[in-house]
Design a protein around this ligand. Structure first.
Ligand code: GLP
Length: 311
């Protein structure tokens, strides 16, 4: 029953008209609420997995996002996995981004978020080999407090640039290692990719992943400085304390995101209405990173009524 696309609640609403020659239309599906949207997004994920499996593709790559927007989708996906015979053993996941400077186990790290919201119930176990193999789950590593967070290679890199005792890492040292990790993550995406389906949320300022306003459209995985706007919005997850929100993150760049074969962006709530409207109507402009999505041939926006209210 779950596998049947929910009826009467999803309306294929419109495809945007391209404003410039290089652009593609974005197809918009409108849903009555975030729960129904999540069910349909999960069904699209399952559909892509099954299509690729039936076509004989041996590895299916999902790009995954954090934030409130995909939570109902992940809930629905967990339910499908539990209640059906869905086989995820050939799935590889690549997350978009991670804060720099939080321990992996920090309650607000994206690593913790992904395991709590999705992977704890989807990871393969000896009893349930249909799950995703642990080694095929990829999230950028942001832990960078002390030397203990470094691999041998990273320690060597750091010693070459900043000789002498380290202990707690300085911001400069953290960024040097994080840039190294970002390059390695981009190489990993190239190696296991291309991403078959990329799930995206959207920041109120138009960021995708943590590719903030001003990020060039040809950017690849990088260290991003978070804007004050993003840090103040995300402070809600850190007991409202902006000082606790990391200043930097490792994130896929815009070019990296646009390499995915298909992109599904989820936006819910009134706070996203303005940026969704701008995404479709503003000129292509790095100061509104999400406008870059109009350069991709296969993008869907799944919106609830509120997020679509300014269209
Ligand atoms: C964070 C993430 C983004 C996400 C955005 C929106 O900044 N880095 O990937 O899209 O938040 O989050 P939410 O869905 O909670 O509005």
């Amino acid at each position: 029953m779950f596998m049947m696309r929910s009826i009467l609640v999803a309306i294929v609403f419109m495809c945007s008209a391209p404003l410039f020659a290089a652009e593609h239309p974005i197809c918009i599906s409108l849903f009555s609420d975030a729960e129904v949207l999540g069910n349909n997004a999960a069904e699209r994920i399952v559909e892509v997995i099954k299509e690729k499996q039936q076509a004989g593709q041996t590895s299916i790559v999902l790009g995954l996002a954090t934030g409130n927007s995909p939570i109902p989708t992940y809930r629905a996906l967990r339910k499908i996995f539990k209640e059906t015979l869905l086989d995820l053993s050939s799935v590889t996941t690549i997350n978009l981004d991670e804060y720099i400077g939080l321990a992996t186990e920090h309650p607000q790290s994206y690593h913790t978020f992904m395991f709590n919201e999705l992977f704890n119930e989807l990871v393969a176990t000896p009893e349930n080999p249909r799950g995703i193999k642990r080694e095929n789950i990829h999230i950028p590593k942001g832990a960078l407090q002390t030397e203990r967070d470094l691999s041998q290679d990273e320690r060597a890199l750091l010693n070459a640039q900043f000789p002498g005792p380290t202990g707690n890492l300085t911001k400069q040292e953290q960024i040097l290692v994080a840039e190294h990790r970002a390059n390695a993550y981009e190489a990993l995406i190239k190696q296991v990719g291309p991403i078959d389906l990329q799930i995206l949320g959207i920041g109120r300022n138009g960021h995708i992943g943590f590719s903030e306003p001003g990020t060039p459209f040809d950017s690849t995985t990088m260290v991003a400085k978070l804007t004050d706007n993003t840090r103040s919005v995300n402070a809600a997850f850190f007991d409202g304390n902006i000082q606790e929100v990391p200043e930097f993150a490792i994130t896929m760049g815009i070019h990296t995101i646009l390499q995915a074969k298909e992109i599904l962006l989820i936006a819910t709530g009134q706070s996203k209405a303005e940026i969704i409207s701008k995404t479709l109507t503003s000129p292509l402009d790095p100061s509104i990173p999400c406008t870059s999505l109009r350069l991709h041939p296969r993008v869907s926006f799944y919106l609830d009524n509120e997020a679509a209210s300014k269209l």
